[in-house]
Design a protein around this ligand. Structure first.
Ligand code: ARG
Length: 475
């Protein structure tokens, strides 16, 4: 059903209608559109612009429509342009011409901006929940490896031994920052465009503060031109999701490496890996690879919206319709990958023996020699030089650091007494790194419990927001 046409003498060309249509992607806004219509109806009724009896009929019809949309018995038709016109058709089919009464004081510009904010707030809350679930799973897995040393890397070369729990839980910290970003975004986004009309507000005695409150928004957006034109919340949400994608891609890359035959640290569960159609022996980390690959489209969606917004005149322009597909796609992508990724993490088993065996290779204890000398009063530059000479002596003779003789140590530096061998064990090295953020098992244990309490608080926030959303307007 067209929502305009009075001043036109010919109908839209088919090709134009095909280009203009958004129903095939914006139908997912239907429940949010009905919510915002209920709030708008309340405002019109309060201002005596719709009679009480008509308002009752429209309210009932909207609630019926809501159920029919949910059950799939009300569907868009090929001639519906967008979600707003399809739902208005639904109301007119039920009520005749009073179905059109909701158009008073509202344009599709404030309507679509309101619907999209509600959609984004709802889905971002769910995303925070999925991220917290993955963080918890990582921390739960980390707890199994608090006493398990492994090589730590820089430049993908053995650097210093670490506790494997430290390695796993670092990802939970990154994901928790994403949750913080969502909470921060939420507070900035939770304002209502409804009541802004096409761009200049309304000459009707409407009260945008009431419709904002009914929809769970903190307040109306202060400037009506900004309200209908602003898509910062879309760009920011897409940035957060692009960064989540980047975090998942780095995690995915580690899982691929760790599951490789060369590393053989990680054993993937059969239910969370895939085979090859030609090589019967293969067990591939496809979930980790897809997580890594999907970062590309998440970054692309952000780029698409930023490019669309650049230089866009105010107020509404049809370009803004291009905000939806990237936003929907990013949510769908993460809502698909995160549960699978969480399942993969939960079911991966790591080989403690293999990880320990590699922990002191590649002279990863050389820093211990330098720190030993620093404790004996040697300036770090000299200590570093002496430790480097130890590595060089070992390399030329095919020895490990602790295998250098007392005489060889003493020849390299007078402070290198035989006691240096006490620090040349993996267990000693990790245990000594007991700074608050360090890799000592006691430190890692504390880090995990602090982050777990933080996630408990975040989950409370998520529960509160989801409850206020689903309780809204009794729908
Ligand atoms: N579908 C549009 C959007 O997503 C809203 C409707 C504006 N339509 C119009 N013909 N001006 O932004």
């Amino acid at each position: 059903m067209a929502l305009w046409g009075g001043r036109f003498s010919r109908s839209t060309a088919d090709d134009v209608f095909a280009l203009s249509r958004s129903i095939h992607f914006d139908w997912k806004l239907a429940p949010y559109d009905i919510r915002s219509s209920l709030a708008h109806l309340y405002i019109l009724e309060s201002a005596a612009l719709i009679s009480e009896s008509n308002a009752r009929k429209i309210r009932l019809a909207l609630k019926e429509l809501n159920q029919e949309v949910a059950s799939g018995s009300f569907l868009p038709l090929p001639e519906d342009e967008d979600v707003h016109s399809a739902l208005e058709r639904g109301l007119v089919e039920k009520l005749g011409e009073i179905g059109g009464a909701l158009r008073a004081g509202r344009s599709r510009y404030d309507q679509v901006a309101t619907d999209l904010r509600l959609f984004a707030l709802d889905h971002m809350t769910n995303l925070a929940h999925l991220l917290s679930a993955l963080s918890r799973t990582l921390l739960g897995k980390a707890a199994d490896y608090v006493d398990s040393p492994a090589p730590g890397f820089t430049h993908l070369q053995h650097a210093q031994p670490i506790i494997f729990a430290h390695e796993l839980s670092k990802h939970a910290h990154a994901l928790n920052r994403d949750v913080d970003r969502i909470k921060d975004w939420y507070e900035r986004t939770n304002f209502s465009p409804l009541g802004s009309g096409a761009l200049s507000g309304s000459s009707l005695p409407l009260d945008p503060a009431t419709s904002a409150a009914l929809l769970g928004f903190a307040a109306p957006i202060a400037n009506s031109i900004d309200a209908v034109s602003d898509r910062d919340f879309v760009a920011e949400a897409l940035f957060i999701m692009a960064l989540v994608g980047s975090h998942l891609s780095r995690m995915g890359e580690e899982w691929c490496l760790w599951a490789s035959t060369e590393f053989a640290w990680a054993h993937l569960d059969d239910a969370f890996s895939t085979g090859s159609s030609i090589m019967p022996q293969k067990k591939n980390p496809d979930i980790a690879e897809l997580a890594r690959g999907k970062a590309g489209r998440l970054i692309g969606n952000l780029t698409a919206v930023l490019a669309m917004l650049k230089g866009l005149p105010f107020a509404y322009n049809r370009d803004l319709q291009e905000d939806k597909e990237p936003l929907f796609d990013s949510f769908e992508t993460l809502e698909l990958i995160l549960p699978a990724f969480t399942g993969m993490v939960a079911t991966t088993k790591f080989d403690k023996v293999k990880m320990l065996a590699g922990a002191d290779s590649g002279f990863s204890l050389a820093t211990e020699i330098a720190d030993f000398l620093v404790r004996a009063g040697v300036p770090f530059a000299n200590a570093h030089e002496a430790a480097g000479k130890c590595v060089h002596a070992c390399e030329t003779q095919g020895k490990k650091l602790h295998e250098l003789s007392d005489a060889e140590f003493a020849a390299i530096h007078s402070e290198l007494s035989p006691k240096v061998r006490d620090v040349l064990t993996v267990e000693g090295a990790v245990k000594s790194r007991s700074t608050v953020n360090g890799t000592a098992p006691s430190s890692v244990f504390t880090q995990i419990s602090i982050l777990t309490s933080k996630i408990d608080q975040d989950d409370q926030w998520i529960t509160d927001k989801s409850a206020s959303f689903s309780g809204m307007m009794g729908l």
